[in-house]
Design a protein around this ligand. Sequence first.
Ligand SMILES: [Zn+2]
Ligand SMILES: [Zn+2]
Length: 264
Amino acid sequence: MFDCHMHTSFSTDGLMDAEEACEAALKLGLEGIAFTDHLDHDYPGPESFLIDFDKYFRQMSSISKKYADKLKILTGVEVGIQPHVIYESSDVISSYPFDYVLASVHIIDRMDPYRGEFYKGKTKLEAYSRYLEEIYYMVCNLKSFDMVGHFEYITRYADYADMTLRYADHTDLFDMIFKKLIEHGRGFELNTGTFSKSPAVADYDIEVLKRYRDLGGELICLGSDAHRTEHIAARFHYFLQLIQEAGFRYLVHFENRKPVFHKI
Ligand SMILES: [Zn+2]
Ligand SMILES: [Zn+2]
């Protein structure tokens, strides 16, 4: 299996270096990993989520060589999209030889749900719909990316009685997003890290996967979103079963921006 989403110390919030991540992945028996450090242009707040990509690629290239016969190492990026940063984000995406571009929404209306204020005065339906609207905007307007990151991000910091993001509550938005993804041969990740907190805050609604598949979607990958070694491949076996139960027969990872399918 591949863990297609993790952060090293190149990310402002990353707590492991790339080599520690590789060692941990080897111990877990993974076949490969994709580093997806953060690029968030115009992040509202004191932190900066920008990367020196020349340095990043130098390090990734040397570490890939070091582990060449043991672990496939893919150099990706998690690009955080807000409507007004699409142009400069696209510029970076086209300027470097990424294996994988994971496109995520971290900021909605200049607020990161991480800080909680985004949810204030909003019902769960309103908050989650607004998040999915921003993802829809992203999938329609960002021209070059491979997969959508963590639909589940919006559930992580919410404080509702039932935090699960359900297909049935947002059928139109999910369908619009899925149709657009499928039209361009794209898919989305299942972000297992979101569900590995104890106690778990939300469940994963299998209907999300089933609907994407019913509409013809085929590209699903697993990503832990690990920022430290203990979280790599978190709950992969559970979610692999769930993906199979939803009818998928393959998982993907990306190399040179092309999907590589693995039978499951
Ligand atoms: Zn993210
Ligand atoms: Zn991430």
